[in-house]
Design a protein around this ligand. Structure first.
Ligand code: ADP
Length: 202
């Protein structure tokens, strides 16, 4: 299975990504985690990534592609991937589609998790006490939500036009959200005559 999770901060991408990976056998690739790991490296690149993340700004597309492409390529050759937080801009989406085409695979679905902004803010502020993340402060949370609305949100019509958007209400308990996504994906898999985790192309 090859999926991407498109969701504002606080919608539960990470939780759902891990669960969907366990369910489908695909690898969970979290862009934010890979970038945070790279930001820990004592190098100019590490410091540059950290500076964007701490402000809640998007890391430049070329850096993101350099960090993500090897992981996606490797996962595509195995059981597929659940991309969490990538792509986040139109150029990244176009690059991801080109990469998939080059690898001879296509995306099965773009899962869009949505919830009211007040719910997202509350969840992020609750999590902030435990996360230890430098970008989990009230001001930066507000900025991250704005960046989603102004930039990443444009990927919703992009994937709708491509006929692969699966929108799920994320303002529900985590198990209900997981079940909702799985029901929609099983429908897709049945429609295309495949089993979850199989590697044939759409
Ligand atoms: P959240 O969705 O809660 O903001 P993430 O861990 O997904 O958490 O992302 C944290 C930060 O990592 C972002 O604010 C941004 O700085 C950086 N980042 C993650 N994914 C991308 C991406 N695809 N493009 C650019 N920057 C990214």
């Amino acid at each position: 299975m090859r999926l991407l999770l498109l969701a504002p901060p606080g919608a539960g991408k990470g939780t759902q990504g891990e669960r969907l990976a366990a369910w489908s056998g695909a690898r969970h690739i979290a862009a934010g985690d890979l970038l945070r790991a790279q930001a820990q490296v004592n190098s100019d690149l590490g410091r540059e990534i950290a500076a964007y993340q701490v402000r809640g700004d998007l890391v430049p597309d070329q850096i993101v592609l350099d960090v993500l492409t090897p992981a996606v390529t490797e996962a595509a050759a195995r059981g597929g991937y659940i991309l969490d937080g990538f792509p986040r801009t139109l150029p990244q989406a176009i690059a991801a589609a080109e990469l998939a085409a080059r690898l001879g695979v296509t995306l099965d679905a773009a899962v869009y998790l949505y919830a009211p902004e007040a719910v997202l803010t509350r969840r992020l502020l609750d999590r902030a006490r435990l996360s230890g993340r430098a970008d989990d402060t009230a001001d930066v949370i507000r900025h991250r939500l704005r960046v989603f609305a102004e930039t990443t949100g444009s990927l919703v019509p992009y994937y709708t036009e491509r006929g692969i958007l699966v929108a799920v209400d994320a303002d529900q308990p985590p198990d209900t959200v997981t079940a909702g996504i799985q029901a929609r994906l099983s429908g897709l898999v049945r429609a295309s005559g495949r089993q979850p985790g199989s590697r044939s192309c759409r």
